[in-house]
Design a binder for this molecule. Structure first.
Ligand SMILES: [Zn+2]
Length: 187
């Protein structure tokens, strides 16, 4: 009984999720997300000649040991969405699944923009995009509006990774304040 209670608490805080297999009912994995966290890949649009997209990130995260399995499909990518420089939005792990992107805040949806928007890590813009592209910001804004309506988030529920953890991500060239201000003043 004590073990069961401990297990349920772990599930509630997300600690057991990565060990849950496909036979667990979906409702044990589900919870409404607490907010949204924005990331960047801290790479250019290609790495060693290979385009960086959701499947590339899925492989990187597999190597880092991120995985969540549901009904025979194993998701490694820790983000729920990836946005390419041309504005294409790719689905990562399903929205109802806990993320693997921000220590202590994986109950939030994770959205990752491909690029390196940090002026210390990418001072000479060698990695492109070095600032989020207009297409990326438009796609992100549209996605945020949709998710905010769906989960009743406020602009304050949208955070950059660096506002919650000791990291530069998504970089000082990512306009998080402007984004929240635009979301506040939307009609
Ligand atoms: Zn991040």
């Amino acid at each position: 009984m004590v073990l069961l209670i401990v297990a349920l608490i772990l599930v509630a805080i997300g600690g057991l999720t990565i060990r849950l297999g496909p036979r667990w009912p979906r409702r044990l994995l589900f919870r409404a997300p607490a907010g949204i966290i924005i990331h960047h890949t801290a790479t250019g649009s290609t790495v060693e000649g290979e385009v960086v997209d959701v499947s590339t990130i899925d492989r990187w995260h597999e190597q880092r040991g991120f995985s969540a399995e549901y009904r025979g499909h194993v998701y490694h990518v820790g983000y729920h969405y990836v946005i390419l420089p041309d504005g294409t939005v790719q689905q990562g792990r399903p929205e109802w699944m806990i993320g693997a992107h921000t220590s202590g805040f994986n109950d939030h949806l994770g959205i990752c923009l491909v690029g390196n928007f940090d002026s210390r890590a990418n001072p000479n813009h060698a990695q492109q995009p070095a600032v989020p592209t207009e297409a990326q910001m438009d796609a992100l804004y549209e996605l945020l509006e949709k998710l905010m309506a769906k989960y009743r988030f406020e602009p304050e529920d949208i955070r950059g990774h660096n506002e919650l953890g000791c990291t530069a991500c998504p970089g000082d060239r990512f306009p998080i304040e402007e984004l929240r201000e635009k979301l506040r003043t939307r009609n």
